[in-house]
Design a protein around this ligand. Sequence first.
Ligand code: HEC
Length: 167
Amino acid sequence: MQIAPSVPRRSPRPSRAGLFALTLLVAACSDDAPERRRALGENPSFGDAMQVADAERGGRLFRSCAACHTIGMGAGDRNGPGLYGVMGKPVAGNSRRFAYTGALRSLGGVWTPDRMDRWLAAPAKTAPGTSMTFRGVADPLDRADIIAFLQAQSVVGAGAAASPPRP
Ligand code: HEC
């Protein structure tokens, strides 16, 4: 036996137009960081985080660096040195004009992804006395995304993006 509902029930499904708007909204702010974070688990290794790094999101996160750093080719220094093409360069060597501290210079070597990860996690701990007064990026996935972005912002990265390898 069926009892007619006293209140007319609303359709449980959103209208077509509503669905379409929702799809647009999701596409506009697509950020799969929560999913990637879940897939990586509690304490992801740096290698694992880099495997799923998203340079585009890294570009958005770079806004927190942009107060002090430019990223464009030949864009020069601000409070901090210009960062175009910094990956693979000698530490404290990306800008010819910038007055680096002895603290950073004394690290030596070049910017490997691994070293960049440690630097961005805790600048003051990595190079005590550095003038980069930035508390660091705590989240491993955020750091991986930023590093992927830095890698892409170079002659090598730009070239790779312009002509993807063909199968
Ligand atoms: C408050 C300003 C400030 C912010 C914010 C900042 N930095 Fe820096 N950064 C500096 C300064 C100043 C130096 C030079 C440090 C030194 O000489 O000790 C530096 C140095 C660096 C270097 C070394 C460059 C080289 O030539 O070796 C890298 C890489 C770097 N920053 C990346 C970043 C990234 C990525 C972010 C954002 C996640 C960031 N910084 C945020 C001021 C800042």
